[in-house]
Design a protein around this ligand. Structure first.
Ligand SMILES: NC(=O)C1=CN([C@@H]2O[C@H](COP(=O)(O)OP(=O)(O)OC[C@H]3O[C@@H](n4cnc5c(N)ncnc54)[C@H](OP(=O)(O)O)[C@@H]3O)[C@@H](O)[C@H]2O)C=CC1
Ligand SMILES: O=C(O)C1=N[C@H](C(=O)O)C[C@H](O)C1
Length: 235
């Protein structure tokens, strides 16, 4: 992602890549080069420190790295509280189709008794479930709570080995890791006598680039923390 993002930013109107920071490089090089916006696609362990460094140095940040739970989000907010005017965008998924898939799934989940998520990714992915699946589960939970819909029915009495996947916000998520895949997700919804499946496929990492470039363009105009690219789009 890092290499592809550098190419996409370099090709975008009015943007220039002034520093490329790999693991082991000193991030001060970005400050010295006058970076206005940093883009982070690293690892769940590295990203928080990178964001805190950027915010502390007045650099806006666009973050694609997954694994941002409530604790890390709170730390980003604390860093931002001490740096007025700096913006951080954390987007679980930068592809337009995935943003729409999450929105449609959350909307539909208010009308169906059952909902489960299957996320499917390449086997080099470090985290499970994916950031997209976590965010989808949160959005579904919010939508179902607002509509007064209870948890999906499930009579499984025992599942010591997790054959039924894992639950996030009471929504079951199944994670598939398979050579040949890039990034895919299905949200399965079920009601009496019918099912609805909402599926998104990233067939190429190029699918994330327009969203990243949009984030870089817009983040300075959105001080504070924004979670989700949908807030920079008029959907
Ligand atoms: N939001 C979205 O739309 C998308 C999010 N992602 C997420 O982005 C992240 C990266 O994905 P991907 O590119 O596939 O992963 P890779 O593992 O291929 O790349 C991560 C890179 O970050 C480097 N790195 C680790 N720590 C640091 C650091 N402190 N400073 C600079 N570089 C560092 C790693 O170096 P080394 O290998 O030497 O450790 C590695 O080269 C993942 O969390 C993934 O889930 C991916 C695609 C889309
Ligand atoms: O690691 C990936 O590849 C991806 N990670 C993000 C996630 O965890 O949801 C976004 C996309 O699914 C690709």
């Amino acid at each position: 992602m890092g290499r592809q993002v550098c190419d996409a930013v370099e090709a975008a109107d009015g943007m220039e890549v002034v520093a490329r920071i790999d693991v082991g490089d000193d991030p001060k090089a970005a400050v010295e080069a006058g970076a206005q916006v940093a883009v982070d696609f690293t690892t769940p362990d590295s990203a928080l420190g990178n964001i805190e460094f950027c915010v502390g140095n007045g650099i806006h940040a666009v973050v694609g790295t997954s694994g941002f739970g409530p604790d890390k989000i709170a730390r980003v907010e604390r860093a931002l509280a001490a740096s007025a005017g700096v913006g951080v965008l954390i987007a679980p998924n930068f592809s337009l189709g995935a943003v729409l898939m999450m929105k449609f799934a959350a909307q539909a989940s208010a009308y169906f008794e059952s909902v489960e998520i299957i996320e499917l990714h390449h086997p080099n992915k470090l985290d499970a479930p994916s950031g997209t699946a976590l965010r989808t589960a949160q959005l579904i939970a919010e939508s179902r709570a607002a509509a007064g819909v209870g948890p999906s029915p499930d009579a499984t009495a025992e599942d010591g080995d997790h054959h039924r996947g894992g639950k996030v916000e009471d929504v079951t998520i199944h994670s598939v890791r398979l050579r040949g895949l890039i990034a895919h997700q299905e949200v399965l919804l079920g009601g009496v006598g019918e099912t609805l499946t909402i599926r998104h496929d990233s067939l190429d990492r190029a699918s994330f680039m327009p969203g990243v470039v949009l984030g870089v363009r817009e983040v300075a105009g959105h001080p504070g923390l924004t979670v989700g690219l949908e807030h920079f789009l008029s959907l």
